[in-house]
Design a protein around this ligand. Structure first.
Ligand SMILES: NC(=O)c1ccc[n+]([C@@H]2O[C@H](COP(=O)([O-])OP(=O)(O)OC[C@H]3O[C@@H](n4cnc5c(N)ncnc54)[C@H](OP(=O)(O)O)[C@@H]3O)[C@@H](O)[C@H]2O)c1
Length: 343
């Protein structure tokens, strides 16, 4: 099968299209023919991990160290990236009960990766579910990561209808999903992004959008029950006066300093710092599927690239200003044959 392999850390050029052995499912696994995958923050980070010093890593030192052990210090141990996908089940192991051949599925692989390929095997109890009926493969492939993260992290703060929520980094993968999910919880949502993302953020349901290149949301006199900072670009000290009396400052990216602030604010004062990691579970994926089918979450495809041009996609995502998602389409020889037959 075709796959994008990388055997050295480095710039996007290290991603090479190669022929590799097609995986064979174990008894408890499904073999998925992948039609679409994505490029997100984690893919670009893992591809260039040798250059990621503890200072550049958006998490505490200990997590950086574990990630180095997991991904490899000098050379990548995981050679196929891609953390989310949509496709069709080609075959299922003999113990598999919840899926069958021909099922259309989507899923999230997290740090296991492996979706930059024509085929993928995963256990039936992994983070995989039947694809939402109202999405194409391309759309379904780009939603899981951001939506699972946003749903899980927002679940830590118990948003109530009518509360005011600000999402900083609202035009990205996690932030875009957070805007939609916070709206679903009945919050009044403000999204913060740069000028080109304003319309997108409003189209996702934000009641208002702030352009961080023009306005500092910590200085506009507004207060929020929740400030969710996806990239950790703000700080608790600057946001404190923008939080309501029992306001929560939620961080998806944090260091030891913010962990100490979390501990400190849990003991003193009414405003809290919350740092959390979302592992990505099947339950969250199924909740995401239900929200998609209820039309509460939509996919925003910024750019499309074929698998062969994945280095180009990485170059774009690495700039850090994609709007929503970047999808990678995976064409199969069989599809081409079928299309030829139809002519
Ligand atoms: N806690 C967890 O479990 C967990 C899991 C996965 C990832 N993460 C963290 O999530 C982050 C990646 O999030 P993502 O995948 O959503 O990234 P993304 O899709 O690349 O989006 C990042 C967004 O941030 C915006 N942005 C850039 N600079 C900004 C600034 N100064 N102020 C406000 N917004 C700014 C960009 O919008 P503009 O173009 O408008 O600037 C962009 O749309 C990483 O830091 C990672 O460590 C946490």
């Amino acid at each position: 099968m075709k796959a994008i392999i990388f055997t050295e850390y480095g710039p996007p050029e290290v991603l090479q299209l190669k022929e590799v052995e097609k995986p064979v499912p174990k008894d408890n696994e499904i073999l998925i023919r992948i039609y679409a995958t994505s490029v997100n923050y984690g893919d670009t980070l893992a591809r260039n991990f040798k250059e990621i010093t503890p200072g550049k890593f958006n998490m505490p030192f200990l997590l950086w160290f574990f990630a180095k052990i997991y991904f490899g210090f000098r050379k990548p141990k995981i050679t196929i990236l891609g953390s989310e996908f949509a496709g069709e089940i080609q075959s299922a192991g003999k113990e598999v009960r919840s899926f069958k051949q021909g099922d259309q599925v989507f899923g999230y692989l997290g740090q296991n990766m492996g979706a930059y390929a024509e085929y993928l095997c995963m256990p039936e109890n992994g983070c995989v579910a039947i694809k939402p009926t109202n999405m194409t493969y391309e759309e379904a492939a780009v939603v899981p990561y951001g939506a699972i993260m946003a749903l899980n992290l927002l679940g830590k703060v118990n948003i109530q209808p009518g509360q005011k929520v600000l999402v900083n980094g609202a035009s990205g993968g996690i932030g875009g999903a957070a805007v939609q999910i916070a709206r679903y919880f009945g919050a009044e949502v403000t999204g913060v992004c740069s000028t080109p993302g304003l319309e997108l953020v409003k189209s996702l349901g934000a009641d208002s959008a702030i352009d961080y290149t023009q306005e500092d949301f910590t200085q506009n006199g507004e207060t929020y029950d929740l400030i969710f900072d996806v990239l950790g670009k703000s700080s608790f000290s600057r946001c404190k006066s923008s939080l309501s009396q029992n306001g929560r400052y939620l961080l998806a990216s944090f260091k030891m300093k913010q962990l100490f602030q979390m501990l400190w604010t849990s003991m003193i004062g009414s405003k809290r710092v919350i740092c959390a990691i979302a592992p990505g579970s099947k339950e969250d994926l199924i909740s995401v599927k239900e929200l998609i089918e209820a039309e509460k979450i939509k996919a925003v495809i910024d750019r499309r690239y074929p698998l062969e041009q994945i280095a180009e996609a990485h170059r774009y995502v690495e700039k850090g200003h994609k709007k929503g998602h970047v999808v990678i389409t995976v064409e199969h020889k069989q599809n081409l044959i079928n299309q030829e037959e139809l002519k």
